[in-house]
Write a protein of this length. Sequence first.
Length: 254
Amino acid sequence: MDGLDVSILGPAFIAGLLVLITHVPLGQEVLKRGIIFIDLAIAQIAGLGVIAASRLGFETHGWEVQIIAIGSALLGAWGLSLLEKHQAKIQEALIGVFFILAATGSILLLADNPHGGEQLKALLVGQILWLTWAQLMPLALITGLIALLWFLFQHNRRIVFYLVFAVAVTSSVQLVGVYLVFASLIIPALGSRGIRKSLIVGYGIGALGYGLGLILSSVLDLPSGAVIVWMIAIIALLPGFFIKYTTKGTLPFS
């Protein structure tokens, strides 16, 4: 089929699967805690760290930038963990404040950069189609480490939640962008909510969304990140409609 290039779509699809491995269970935990916008906030804080590091003269994909990005996300996660402990009633509102401060901080840092608009767009939408196999290796290693920690602390995940969340979001946001990070965390979790074997269903929603989104965006020559977000959302609706019309249950979004 015209427009389909496995050498381009292959790394992009594997990147999506690696992101989903950590983001689907983390997204389900986020829903349980009722802190829906924490991923956007931490992703934006990590992005602010990347932009700040670039302004300091470090190479965009250098190890210094990665350290600063992860450090920023960990600092943000630590601050958000304190909110959960001391300001639980208004935690979600304060998370929104964190997000908007990080977002506008990024705009201010890029204000005098002639390529600032492109850099900000890349941070939000990502460049998933331009990923190479070599770029996936660090993500694969981090994914394995996070999965191991999540398994080891399965009976007391509160201890590692903010740590693994910050690292997972930081490692993925630079590859797939803020929008896909949010979509990968929240939409499969919503689509599988209230369904048996919800983790498997969540993975299926995400994998189908990435696969079909990449194919459609390639064939129709549309921005891949945006198409993938829409496909994940559309597919996430299917389990709810299936339950509603076959068992007279309720939509998982309800």
